[in-house]
Write a protein that binds this ligand. Structure first.
Ligand SMILES: *[C@@H]1O[C@H](CO)[C@@H](O)[C@H](O)[C@H]1NC(C)=O
Ligand SMILES: *[C@@H]1O[C@H](CO)[C@@H](O)[C@H](O)[C@H]1NC(C)=O
Ligand SMILES: *[C@@H]1O[C@H](CO)[C@@H](O)[C@H](O)[C@H]1NC(C)=O
Ligand SMILES: *[C@@H]1O[C@H](CO)[C@@H](O)[C@H](O)[C@H]1NC(C)=O
Length: 447
């Protein structure tokens, strides 16, 4: 009995399965035919008729149905909308009257920022239109939105003579490398450790070659931010420090994480005015360690290569921008993180950018970045902003494996020889900087 059932089941299977499959196939074919028959081509309204084809002919030349550019940005996030408006304003093809270049373009989107507002930060009528969910955004992004139209802040401490100072001891006055460090008023110890180690100003020798270069170090500071305080008043101390070392730049804005982009902009302004001939700029944090001598070797090599090519291309501008490159990064949508960017503020992927700690770029590129930045709305994350500006110049940052944003493995940290291929390492306390500096003094002989 049991055996027979099994038999029957198998027979049933062998018969039914092909039947069912054929049935499915038939249904599929019928549906496909039905869909094909019921399809009607979309109605094309004729805007433009290619010459030689009569309007009454059914054989039209193929032509795009929509505009090539997305001229209207629907449903954009705040930053995207603002940027879109600026892109339209500055697009030479979209602007009808090219003879009146300096003419102020008419407002096209309500989200536009008036030109006069770039320098007038206090005026109420200049504040950026708020995102619709403005009040539910975290405090730091609200503060950013309220002041993002403003990019000119007065100096509290300036060093106008830094690059003009003719140093008697070495004659040269144009630095090979300008080291610009983002620091905060309270971080005296970090600054001092940098001055005593890798950020020593003066003539610095390369690691292997005899060639070195003049190095100037400068620190970029804002005003100590009382919202994270209270802080003791260090104004007089900072004044003394600045008089002694003459390497402090301070501007009158709140020194917060989302205001760090201002330091890049203001550094570029300062460079253009006071130090336009610096060959290379290193921009970094005050908790990184840089092997300056190895970096100088690398930069010399890059410059020689560029000079070789220049013979063929006439390209006098050197577009070097190196660091630890991050590509295809998405904004952090996690409200508890430091880097949180709400979707109503920015949509899309970040352009390639060189992340955290430090980057090196050529002086001529710094001046071009300054120029293009005037057409890019401020973004709260400084590394990303640099990526955006580079992108607009048609450039991308170059990755260098010597930029270790995430440090060496723990076992290697104490081993000086492990630093041979390192240009920058994050992060080091002032004490660790001094120790490491000593250990690395005669690295070349050891390894
Ligand atoms: C196209 O057709 C319309 C009427 O259907 C006619 O008035 C017109 O003259 C025709 N144009 C040409 C170029 O044949
Ligand atoms: C373009 O601008 C110039 C000067 O601003 C003006 O004289 C001229 O009439 C304008 N042309 C058009 C087509 O708007
Ligand atoms: C940046 O600094 C300006 C000027 O001090 C201030 O108004 C603004 O709130 C600051 N922005 C952030 C995000 O802290
Ligand atoms: C390159 O430089 C030479 C001499 O300086 C000049 O005559 C030539 O026009 C330049 N070529 C280009 C493409 O700029």
């Amino acid at each position: 009995m049991g055996k027979c059932c099994k038999c029957n089941g198998r027979l049933l299977c062998m018969c039914l399965l092909p039947c069912m499959m054929t049935g499915h196939l038939l249904i599929y074919i019928m549906v496909s035919i039905f869909v094909t028959i019921s399809y009607a081509p979309p109605k094309i309204t004729i805007h433009y008729i290619a010459p030689g084809i009569s309007a009454n002919s059914s054989a039209l030349a193929s032509h795009p149905l929509g505009p090539f550019w997305n001229l209207r940005l629907e449903d954009g996030a705040l930053w995207n909308q603002l940027q879109h408006a600026w892109d339209r304003q500055h697009n030479p093809i979209l602007r009808r009257n090219t003879t009146g270049i300096n003419r102020k373009p008419k407002a096209q989107l309500s989200t536009e920022i008036k030109d006069d507002c770039l320098s007038d930060c206090t005026s109420h009528k200049c504040s950026v239109p708020h995102a619709h969910d403005f009040n539910s955004l975290p405090e730091q992004i609200r503060a950013f939105i309220k002041s993002m139209h403003c990019r000119e802040y007065p100096f509290l401490i300036n060093q106008p003579g830094m690059c003009r100072r003719r140093s008697n001891s070495f004659g040269a006055d144009s630095p090979m490398l300008l080291i610009a460090i983002k620091s905060q008023v309270g971080n005296f110890e970090n600054r001092q450790a940098i001055r005593e180690t890798w950020g020593r100003s003066g003539l610095v020798r390369g690691e292997t070659s005899k060639k070195g270069g003049l190095v100037h170090t400068i620190f970029l500071l804002g005003r100590q931010d009382s919202s994270t305080g209270p802080y003791p008043d260090l104004k007089n101390l900072l004044e003394l420090e600045s008089q002694k070392y003459r390497d402090i730049l301070q501007w009158d804005f709140r020194d917060t994480f989302f205001n760090l982009t201002l330091k890049d902009l203001l550094l570029w302004q300062w460079l253009q005015k006071y130090c336009p001939t610096a060959t290379f700029i290193f921009k970094g944090d005050d908790d990184v360690f840089v092997r300056t001598d190895a970096l100088l070797d690398y930069l010399h090599k890059e410059r020689e290569e560029h000079n070789l090519w220049r013979g063929y291309t006439n390209d006098t501008e050197m577009n070097l921008f190196v660091g630890d490159v991050i590509s295809n990064a998405m904004p952090s949508r996690e409200p508890s993180t430091k880097y949180y960017i709400p979707e109503t503020f920015y949509k899309g992927v970040y352009p390639s950018y060189a992340g955290g700690g430090g980057v090196v770029y050529s002086g001529s590129l710094a001046l071009r970045l300054k120029e293009v930045s005037e057409r890019v709305h401020l973004f709260p994350i400084d590394d990303v902003y640099l990526g955006m500006c580079l992108h607009r110049l048609g450039l991308s940052p170059r990755h260098h494996p010597g930029f270790l944003t995430f440090d060496l493995s723990i076992t290697d940290r104490e081993n000086p020889c492990a630093y041979r291929s390192v240009l920058l390492v994050h992060k080091r306390s002032p004490k660790e900087m001094l120790t490491l500096w000593k250990q690395l003094q005669n690295l070349h002989g050891q390894c």
